[in-house]
Ligand binder design. Structure first.
Ligand SMILES: Nc1ncnc2c1ncn2[C@@H]1O[C@H](COP(=O)(O)OP(=O)(O)O)[C@@H](O)[C@H]1O
Ligand SMILES: O=C(O)[C@@H](O)C(=O)COP(=O)(O)O
Length: 423
């Protein structure tokens, strides 16, 4: 009998997808992650009930982002998914014109769903929502380091305002008092709002894991949910209550490691610094030098091959805290992404088996260059950052880290957890 899905998630970037998948696995659902929308005849692996499709739509043109997301939704439904989830970043990364609003609007409209929730929170990584405002480690989003993101600098912290420029539909904030009411009281409030609004979003308070359980107990049966990955574990627990078996935990792999860091986030900058200060070997890539041709993929690859260690870190100037932009920023970003992804592709071809990448856009470019299309999800190195094993290449260990995630010594931990244990 053909294996069927019950739950399908569409993620707007690759690190977001691996983050979501890691929590589904933690909640007990056997999950597969696909890079892009698979072919229609692609069978679901045995025992798998949840699928996450990683797109690269966060910074894509709005119409393309919408059509790719609808295509992903259609594929998931064709494989049996009864519930869909639109996964965006826990820091609501988007441009003022979209794409979170247009994607969510389009899925609501396509499947004639009147409302859904907006839940970017991920309390374990200190992203919380209170009275409609998104906080990063207690600081309103637009005052956090996200205000300086090279591609999606965040200009506001109030979710209804962030949505107003992107979505056709209004938001109803459900504060802690509302959420403390009975299910009946909450539903009545939502029904009242629905009388004047045929389609809308709910923004419930979500500051801790108890709130996540409450949101799932009230809204967990909606055909569409949206948010970060903070709801994933309770969703998976809801589905896997009867399923005792935990997914297999594959071990490490022999072979050298390459780490690429393209993220300019404070967390990644700290991780790069820590790695270099603790004896790690690293090569800095400067967008200005790439533009002038003073640094090329070939010249960096030569340095990689001369590396004295079996692990090498290639980091952008931005990951070292230097965001020099000589053009429009986007050109430098694209040039860096192409450089990083080509280096990882060469490394994999040359026998590197442990591939570690920091930054969502950077990871999207890397996975595209690698061309792997489906992954098993292994153990997490930090909350939301699992080790992934391409189904077609079981010797490879791929780690994709959201720029902002992970402990100071993340790269050291990733090297250790992807390596074959010494006997
Ligand atoms: N020095 C720099 N100048 C301009 N852009 C940079 C620089 N360093 C990195 N970038 C770009 O910034 C973007 C960071 O985004 P991303 O990889 O998604 O990281 P994050 O997960 O922190 O959002 C990438 O496209 C990367 O190529
Ligand atoms: O929700 C999150 O924070 C992550 O899953 C995510 O989307 C990461 O994106 P990047 O910061 O671009 O890696």
């Amino acid at each position: 009998m053909l294996q069927k899905l019950t739950f399908g998630c569409i993620a707007d970037d690759f690190t977001g997808a691996s983050d979501a998948a890691s929590f589904l696995v933690k909640g007990g659902m056997k999950t597969v992650l696909y890079s892009g929308v698979p072919d229609s005849d692609q069978p679901i692996p045995e025992g798998v009930t949840a699928a996450v499709i990683a797109l690269k739509t966060r910074t894509e043109q709005v119409d393309k982002a919408v059509s790719q997301s609808l295509q992903a939704a259609q594929w998931l439904k064709s494989k049996g998914a009864e519930q869909l989830y639109v996964k965006y970043c826990s820091t609501f990364d988007s441009t003022p014109a979209g794409n979170i609003g247009p994607i969510c609007d389009a899925v609501l409209e396509r499947y004639e769903i009147p409302f859904t929730v907006l839940c970017p929170s991920l309390p374990v990584n200190k992203r919380t929502v209170k009275d409609g405002t998104l906080f990063v480690d207690g600081t309103p989003l637009s005052e956090s380091s996200m205000k300086n993101h090279p591609l999606t600098p965040m200009w506001d912290s109030y979710l209804p305002s962030l949505m107003s420029g992107q979505s056709k539909y209004p938001c109803l904030v459900l504060g802690s008092e509302d959420m403390a009411g009975t299910d009946e009281e909450i539903r009545r409030k939502v029904d009242d709002f629905a009388k004047n609004h045929p389609r809308f979003y709910l923004v419930p308070d979500f500051v801790n894991d108890t709130d996540a359980d409450r949101i799932i107990s009230v809204f967990g049966d909606l055909r569409l949910l949206t948010g970060g990955s903070g709801l994933m574990q309770p969703i998976a627990e809801k589905y896997s209550r009867s399923q005792a078996e935990q997914p297999a935990r594959p071990g490490g792999s022999k072979g050298p490691a390459i780490i690429v860091a393209g993220s300019c986030s404070v967390a990644t900058q700290g991780q790069v610094r820590h790695y270099l200060q603790n004896g790690g070997f690293g090569i800095m890539v400067r967008p200005g030098m790439l533009l002038s041709g003073d640094q090329t993929v070939d010249s960096i690859w030569n340095q990689v091959q001369e590396s004295p260690r079996d692990s090498v870190l290639i980091y952008s100037a931005g990951s070292a805290g230097q965001t020099e932009t000589e053009t429009d920023g986007a050109s430098e970003a694209a040039l860096l992404e192409n450089t990083m992804s080509e280096l990882v592709r060469r490394a994999a071809e040359a026998g590197y088996t442990r591939l570690i990448c920091a930054g969502g856009e950077t990871s999207g470019a890397v996975t595209k260059a690698l061309g792997y299309y489906a992954y098993q999800i292994g153990e997490s190195i930090a909350p939301g950052v699992p080790v992934m094993i391409p189904l077609q290449h079981p010797q490879i260990r791929l780690v994709l880290k959201s720029g902002n995630f992970g402990q100071k010594d993340f790269f050291m931990r990733a090297l250790k957890m992807t390596a074959e244990e010494e006997k």
